[in-house]
Ligand binder design. Sequence first.
Ligand code: TXA
Ligand code: MG
Length: 320
Amino acid sequence: MAEILGVGAAMRRALALLEGGDVVAIPTETVYGLAGDATNGVAVARIFEAKGRPRFNPLIAHVADLAMAARIAEFDPLSAKLAEAFWPGPITLVLPQRPGNGIHPLVTAGLDTIALRIPRGFGGELIASLGRPLAAPSANSSGRISATTAEAVADDLGDRIKLVVDGGATPVGLESTIVKIEDGKLRLLRPGGIAAEEIEAVAGAKLLRGAAGIEAPGMLASHYAPGASVRLNAEEVAGGEALLAFGRDRVEGWENALAFRNLSETGDLREAAANLFAYMQDLDRSGAATIAVEPIPFEGLGEAINDRLVRAAAPRDKIA
Ligand code: TXA
Ligand code: MG
């Protein structure tokens, strides 16, 4: 079983494992990441192996600072503006790679672009100490909900990895927003921890929506599937269902739900995002065949929350 160490105690052990080409689960402000040295192909292969990913999807390379980012990718003025406004923080920029940047091609699945971000907290310090970028997808087995606590990581991947660094519950609770910058235009590849409106305010331009083809494969339908089926925009709770609620008003039959969690009693979308994955897991563990979900507004972080819920509700035969 993986060792679980608090952030204070974990630094040396984490560094030793990463230096040796091994993987380590680390907290970030969004979700836990399964990190390996992005310049070491064996380490990156171990990430895919531990997650049981069916395919080599490109990974996010996490960096310590803007200087490290600029050695890896080409920043135009717009990308630099977004990086300065939001890093460290929950936004990932997809940019053209610099040739000879040392990133192993398995990280980018051979693409000539790379997804980059500077995480807040332990991850950023770890990368600075290592002096090399860390490739890290969310620390969950393929197709499962992203982990927002060290316990959730250990439950899922504990027999396949050696160390989980425990930084407590992740404050944002949703993966980063992914934006691709191309010819001075911004495209939203994945809604996430920073609302599209905030990015548009800084950029002074609208985000284009809808990728051409699957550009962020983590966007496949049913990527976030819990064991139970998921029924969205529920107007009542049917027999045998668990209820994922939002806000003060309850749907009909709520008191008969097999299990109950409220994402945010006060209707706060930030709080709801932070609770989303942990509450889905709780309701899944209740044994209910279906999780009914109350309607959640689409503004701000509601876009990302609804995106994850739609994927959780997608038919399972679409798992890639
Ligand atoms: O918050 C997060 O983003 C977390 C934490 C650990 O940083 N990471 C995360 O990684 O969610 P992952 O691997 O689960 O999702 C990364 C997404 C995938 O959908 C992948 O396809 C996309 O980023 N991606 C990576 N490189 C890309 C590229 N060059 N072009 C387009 N999409 C890319
Ligand atoms: Mg993921």
